[in-house]
Design a protein around this ligand. Structure first.
Ligand SMILES: [Zn+2]
Length: 686
């Protein structure tokens, strides 16, 4: 579970959004180490709207560039990371690394993406054999085999949290819920292009509009590849996706670990989910040797499998063809790539123009050769001193968290002992991994971007399948060093803090402790506390699903978290769309607990920052936290986030402060102010 939604990867791999959030938050200049005073809006009372108090003047000034869905502090660092990667790739290219080496693959992948002339010259030739193979499918048995061949390792329930795949199903390879020492296959629902079932089923005007535009987009894509009757086919593809969406579970249901703990043997599939020829499906997927799977959403598997039987073969063939074109549309001739952006970028996210191609090229490299590029990045931009300092800060936050657990008045000693055991076995990765992914089975050709992406996705899938049954590497990372984010891996009981987030404005060795604890400290605390959120707390110190709670403690935890869910349910970014307190609960718990632990860590440091522009050291701590979340986002993208992401928008993340007792005295917050909560209404969990 990560700290922040990160759209940029999805951008390329093609699924959710074409390009999103960018740079521009508070210009924290090199002379300025600490809170950004010029972002603060002093006309807003902190107790009424802490988010606009901390960020208001910046929000008034900020402009969203035409190629972005929004701007915030995270995207500013993301841009820096991309620029550095671009420079590194240029250096790598000009040094002509030996053929077959990882660096050569990085250079060839990037350069093949950049070569638009070659893409135009090839036209539809690269995808033609695939479309012909789909057209040649004669019966449901062959269909099942073809559907199996589309399975990729493109979902992730608990680490980077991505529940969406346009393929019929998605594979996630991770430690087993019940056998946490071995890699286990998890299968998850899929089959729709739009980001979530609500896009197909909601009655709201904005969703109805998107559905109309989407159907037109499907027709346009089919027309561009020369298929007959594009409108008729588009209608059938849409109807099939809608039927699939009806079988899907909601995101809030997906996050319930107990509901997802279903082991199905191979025979269970045909018995419990008849319709699809499962033997053929697993053969197509190269998984016929695997005896059992974890099935995340059994009802969706029943429903989707039944649809394979009940829907005419031709509709499925149109669906397969369209999904194939959509998946690779970004590296097909410009007319197709533009149509894809017009829908997924403009309509779905409100973005006016595509990001520059070189930036999209960086995302392609990050997605397919992220560790190969990351190795070079870490060497250059994350010196051992930076690593040592960051490790020290993490250790202080863990110590603060341990103290909080010891002091919890409501928790029984037995539960406390288990919670402390989890902290004791937590692996904390800082900067970059100890071992790197091996890309030796991935062939990259200098002038074949379609093939490079197709083979890259397949190589990653095969790498994951090859690990099934093998012992788990608890120190394996799930983020690259150049990623501006942080993540908790509950099944490994591990944290990753990539190099790219451990720099200003989140972490600045020159800034006062108050500001570092408010900014990066709350991020570190957030990730540590995912260990104990509604999902994380389902796993024990070994990463097994096990209830280690006494019944009274569990009752208290559930009551407190239900109150937090209710608090977030009241937030309404739009008159017709509220935050879903259940869907965002894990992240909101992590925000409350992370900020509490960061505040304790700051107090334990004993350091007091000099007053800045009238703001005390304690005020700077909370302002730094609030400034993590300043953002300006286009309406379409914000709606998409509210419906499809576990993270609340920045405004409501900044409002976390209202649950922290210390904040009231520090900003003199009084009853009657909008964020004011009476002491008994504040949610204290950890
Ligand atoms: Zn998180």
């Amino acid at each position: 579970m990560k700290i922040f939604l990160n759209f940029s990867k999805l951008a390329v791999m093609g699924v959710v959004i074409s390009s999103i959030l960018a740079s521009a938050q508070p210009a924290q200049t090199q002379e300025n180490h600490g809170i950004v005073v010029s972002s603060i809006d002093r006309s807003v009372k902190p107790g009424d709207d802490f988010y606009r108090f901390a960020n208001g003047d910046w929000i008034k000034r900020a402009e969203i560039p035409p190629d972005r869905a929004g701007v915030d502090v995270w995207t500013k660092l993301g841009d820096l990371s991309n620029q550095r990667m671009a420079d590194l790739i240029k250096e790598i290219s000009s040094s002509t690394p030996p053929a077959g080496s990882e660096l050569r693959k990085v250079a060839d992948l990037y350069n093949s993406y950049m070569d638009e002339a070659a893409i135009e010259a090839k036209g539809l030739t690269p995808i033609q054999p695939h479309l012909e193979a789909i057209a040649a499918i004669r019966d449901k048995k062959q269909l099942a085999r073809a559907l199996g061949a589309t399975l990729r390792a493109d979902v992730d329930a608990l680490n980077n949290t991505n529940f969406h795949t346009p393929n019929l199903f998605g594979l996630w390879v991770a430690p087993g819920f019940n056998h946490s020492d071995r890699y286990t296959p998890y299968l998850m629902q899929g089959g729709v292009q739009l980001p979530d079932r609500e896009y197909y089923l909601s009655d709201s005007e904005s969703m109805r509009k998107i559905r109309t535009q989407y159907q037109a987009h499907v027709a346009a894509m089919l027309k561009l590849v020369g298929m007959s009757d594009p409108e008729g086919r588009a209608k059938r593809v849409f109807e099939l996706e809608k039927a699939i969406a009806q079988t899907h579970e909601t995101l809030a249901q997906d996050e319930d670990i107990q509901k997802a703990n279903n082991t199905w043997s191979r025979t269970d599939f045909s018995a419990s989910a008849p319709g699809l020829d499962w033997d053929e499906y697993f053969k197509g997927a190269g998984l016929d040797h695997v005896a059992s799977f974890m099935v995340w959403q059994p009802e969706a598997f029943k429903g989707e499998s039944a649809l394979v039987a009940s829907t005419p073969l031709d509709s499925w063939k149109d669906w397969l063809a369209f999904h194939f074109i959509e998946a690779y549309g970004g590296v097909l001739p410009k007319a197709i790539a533009d149509e894809r952006f017009a829908f997924f970028g403009k309509e779905m996210a409100g973005v006016e123009q595509q990001r520059p191609r070189w930036q999209r090229g960086i995302f392609v490299v990050d997605g397919l050769l992220g560790d190969a590029a990351g190795k070079v990045y870490a060497e250059k931009y994350f010196p051992p001193e930076a690593k040592a300092k960051a490790q020290e800060m993490v250790a202080q936050l863990i110590a603060a968290f341990r103290k909080r657990i010891e002091a919890l008045p409501w928790m029984n000693p037995a539960t406390k002992a288990e919670a402390e055991a989890k902290l004791g076995t937590l692996y904390v990765g800082v900067g970059y991994p100890e071992t790197w992914h091996d890309y030796s089975n991935y062939e990259v050709k200098p002038d074949d971007i379609f093939g490079n992406i197709f083979r890259g996705d397949l190589a990653e899938y095969q790498r994951q399948v090859a690990r099934l049954g093998m012992p788990v590497d608890r120190k394996e990372w799930s983020m690259t060093p150049q990623t501006v984010n942080a993540v908790n891996l509950p099944l490994q009981n591990a944290l990753n803090f990539p190099a790219a987030i451990l720099q200003p404005p989140f972490y600045d060795p020159e800034a006062p402790a108050a500001v570092n604890y408010g900014a990066i400290g709350s991020v570190i605390g957030h990730e540590i506390s995912h260990t104990f959120d509604t999902e994380g707390s389902a796993f024990d110190s070994q990463g097994r699903v096990r209830n280690w709670w006494t019944p009274e403690d569990l009752k208290h935890f559930e009551a407190a978290t239900a109150r937090l869910a209710a608090q977030y349910d009241t937030y309404k970014p739009f008159p017709d769309l509220a935050i879903n307190g259940r869907q965002t609960l894990g992240e909101n718990i992590a925000d409350v607990a992370g900020l509490s632990a960061a505040y304790d860590g700051y107090k334990a440091s004993g350091q007091v920052a000099p007053t800045v522009d009238g703001f005390s050291s304690d005020q700077q701590f909370f302002i730094a936290f609030g400034q993590n979340w300043g953002e300006k986002t286009r309406e379409a993208a914000l709606r998409q986030q509210v419906m499809t992401d576990e993270h609340s928008p920045g405004e409501y993340r900044a409002a976390t402060v209202r649950n922290i007792d210390a904040w009231y005295g520090i900003f003199d917050v009084k009853p009657g102010e909008k964020l004011y909560l009476a002491p008994e209404e504040r949610v204290r969990i950890w």
